[in-house]
Design a protein around this ligand. Structure first.
Ligand code: NAD
Length: 286
């Protein structure tokens, strides 16, 4: 698939439009002139299907009805943004195989088979896997790489994430991504290196271990804290999401960038111009 001639404003389809992130996207799109919502895909059987998506967000009419067929949305758009659920993303991928469109996948908790399907599609469609579409988190990943390079292997890394009580998957895709960045930076295999919490007589901490701890509560949009603990000192890198709109802004920035790229598998650092085309780390679960 060649980078398509891009329409102005960019025609966008939101998959998972009636969820928390879908609504945040719709709010942000309203205020922008460079993107236009042309399709909003919801869950089959949802009471929202057939209604104007504006009503779903509690705002004025959008003139776009919620549909439940991803293929219909793909046919109408230049680029699709997905914030749904892993099973829904899987169904979406089957539709993209038929109607290829550049796609930003923000859904987290993807299994390895789903990621493999994304990778296969990326050979002919621009695909962007972004378990966190925040630009700040992309910068956090780069800062982590710089810190690890300078501090050396003696420093222990622990990652703590905190999210709202409704989050379906744990740990967050972002925490896993950050843990895998540590493995990459140290030239180690992530598998077996990451521990998810500790309990009982666990003994001393192996140097290469990365602890990933997930906390859940209230309406916290998302926090990631990296502890880098060295002899006699500790460095903390923290990212706090205050408002879901930040993910929407990042996803739209990614969509506007992706639509001009050749086929490949991309991540947020590519959007910021930091890495070679096609490089990506996996976050999938078995
Ligand atoms: P949510 O539960 O509020 O919304 C999910 C939406 O997907 C719902 O509207 C649901 O109806 C819809 N859906 C379910 N099955 C569907 C199907 N078959 N077809 C179309 N839509 C379907 O969840 P949310 O908080 O909006 O988060 C959605 C996803 O995005 C989650 O995986 C979450 O972890 C992830 N997320 C990612 C980021 C990021 O920066 N990448 C940020 C926040 C949330």
């Amino acid at each position: 698939m060649r980078p398509a001639a891009v329409s102005e404003p960019l025609r966008l389809c939101v998959h998972g439009a009636t969820g928390r992130m879908g609504r945040a996207l719709l709010e942000v799109i309203r205020g922008r002139g460079d993107v236009r919502l042309v399709a909003a895909v919801g869950r089959p059987g949802s009471p929202h299907v057939g209604r104007d998506v504006g009503a779903v967000t509690g705002g004025p009419a959008y003139g776009v009805a919620v549909i439940d067929a991803p293929a219909e949305g793909l046919r109408a758009c230049d680029v699709l943004v997905d914030f749904s659920a892993p099973e829904a993303t899987q169904r979406l991928l089957a539709a993209i195989a038929q109607y290829p469109r550049p796609t930003v996948i923000g859904t987290t908790g993807l299994t390895r088979p789903i990621e493999a399907a994304v990778r296969a599609l990326a050979e002919r469609v621009p695909m962007l896997l972004a378990p966190n579409t925040s630009v700040g988190v992309a910068v956090l990943g780069e800062l982590l790489g710089i810190a690890l390079g300078a501090l050396g292997p003696d420093w222990d890394v622990e990652i703590v994430e905190l999210h709202h009580r409704g989050k379906a998957d744990a740990p967050s895709g972002t925490a896993l991504r950050l843990a895998r960045l540590v493995a990459e930076a140290r030239g180690l295999q992530a598998q077996g290196m990451i521990v998810h919490g500790r309990s009982g007589r666990v003994g001393p901490r192996p140097a290469e271990q990365v602890g990933v701890l997930a906390a859940r509560g209230g309406d916290v949009v998302g926090e990631h804290t990296l502890w880098l603990c060295g002899p006699g000192e500790r460095l903390e890198l923290v990212h706090r999401a205050h408002d879901r709109s930040l993910f929407a802004h990042g996803a739209l920035r990614a969509a506007c960038w992706l639509v001009r790229q050749p086929p490949g598998l991309y991540e947020m650092r590519d959007v910021l111009g930091w890495s070679a085309r096609g490089a990506t780390a996996t976050v999938g679960r078995d």
